[in-house]
Write a protein that binds this ligand. Structure first.
Ligand code: FES
Ligand code: FE2
Length: 409
């Protein structure tokens, strides 16, 4: 974004927060949301439709380039159910392939991560270069007329936003940066190329992935479950929300005091070019479907929400900080991450209980208010994706499209 576009972006949210804090109800004509059907959170058939229509054909964050530092560094990535090998080539380019030998499906790599010089199948030794080309095979005389060129590893779409690597199993997907619309522009203020990977960890939970994801798309819950933490410095009533095409969205929540700085970040290296949207307020992006990132000038987590079954999921936190050069990473980071995990615990505490509720006859759907419109937006996009994949959603599980007139660019 150039200076003028940045100014427009900042103005949009400063004005938006002022408007939200002072309004007396939703804007005139804003639609009331029909309840989100509970079956979307536990019906195995809906889960399968979601898997095929969404997770198997959407851009999903996989790793940071720091996690694949050398030629031959690889990672085995299985979040969509298929074994996908992400590997850095001799030309430094990061590519993705199914970890599936073109002979009879043997695995090329067998560990979650490592480094190799080439990809040798463990079953009968077919050998592939790091760019996926089949370069050697045993007893070639016994494969009559085998076209080696036509037996490269099958590639998977793999594209980057700065140094963040995304995977998409749909060969016909629109390019990542096009899919993300205005978001790469928003992130320029954080100099994303200079953000380095710190660490990642995660937790397994017994709830549908959307039960927990929903909690990260609104701040209506701050006063209850974050009463002694986040609510003390964020004013949820001033939250301004932008909905974008393809399911993405951004919410910006004002700090209660403009000069407030998270004590946990004092003394940390900060990106100088961050705007007031993140120096004096709290922005959180949702890169559809499952990446939520509240970005601070001193760094950010990527929160990733992964379905592992109709009623189970895993949440992961991947942390990034502005380049700390040759020095050691600041020891403040260990405390910062531990503090964040304590807040995360507050968010996790009801997830499994909500899942039980959703499965009970007492549950009559999610009743959403205007502040919770990112959740409705998320679900609308889900139906669009499932339908675009040619899968019919039963009428009682559908969500009525309402929000398109409110999309911003
Ligand atoms: S399955 Fe890979 S060499 Fe046979
Ligand atoms: Fe929360």
């Amino acid at each position: 974004m150039d200076a003028a576009a940045t100014e427009t972006f900042v103005r949009r949210f400063l004005d938006g927060m002022q408007y939200e804090a002072s309004r007396e109800g939703p804007p005139d004509g804003f639609p009331r949301f029909p309840p989100i059907p509970g079956g979307r959170y536990n019906d195995p058939a809906f889960f399968e439709a979601e898997r095929q229509g969404l997770w198997k054909r959407t851009w999903l964050y996989a790793c940071h380039t720091d996690e694949l530092p050398d030629a031959g560094s690889f990672m085995l990535w299985t979040r969509t159910g298929s074994p996908i090998l992400i590997v850095r080539g001799k030309d430094r380019k990061i590519r993705a392939f199914y970890n599936t030998c073109r002979h009879r499906g043997g695995p090329l790599v067998k560990t979650d991560a490592g480094r190799c010089d080439g990809l040798v199948c463990s079953y009968h030794g077919w050998t592939y270069a790091l760019d996926g080309q089949l370069v050697n095979l045993r007893d070639r005389r016994d494969f009559v007329d085998l076209d080696m060129g036509a037996h490269s590893l099958v590639s998977v779409r793999c594209e980057q936003l700065a140094n963040w690597v995304f995977i998409n199993e749909d060969p016909n997907a629109r390019p990542l940066l096009e899919d993300l619309g205005p978001i790469p522009g928003h992130l320029e203020q954080f100099q994303p190329e200079s953000l380095r990977f710190i660490e990642k960890h995660g937790y397994d939970l017994k709830c549908n992935v959307k039960v927990l994801l929903d909690a990260f798309l609104e701040v209506y819950h701050l006063k209850s479950i974050h009463q002694n933490t986040v609510d003390r410095f964020l004013d949820h009533r001033g939250t301004s929300i932008a909905l974008f095409r393809h399911g993405h969205s951004l919410m910006v929540t004002p700090n209660r005091r403009p000069d407030w700085v998270d004590p946990g970040t004092v003394g940390m290296r900060r990106v100088e070019t961050a705007t007031v949207i993140s120096t004096s307020n709290n922005p959180s992006w949702n890169l559809y479907p499952n990446l939520v990132t509240p970005i601070d000038p001193s760094g950010c987590p990527f929160l990733l929400f992964w379905p592992t079954g109709p009623d189970s999921m895993r949440i992961e936190c991947h942390w990034f900080a502005p380049d700390w050069g040759d020095a050691e990473l600041s020891p403040l980071w260990a405390t910062r991450i531990a503090n964040f995990d304590r807040i995360l615990d507050e968010d996790l505490q009801f997830a499994e209980k909500i899942q039980k509720s959703v499965e009970s006859p007492g549950f009559r759907g999610m009743t959403l208010n205007y502040q919770e419109r990112r959740i409705y937006h998320w679900h609308e996009e889900l139906d669009r994706r499932i339908q675009a994949a040619g899968i019919e959603i039963p009428a009682h599980l559908r969500v009525q499209p309402l929000l398109e007139p409110y999309y911003e660019t």
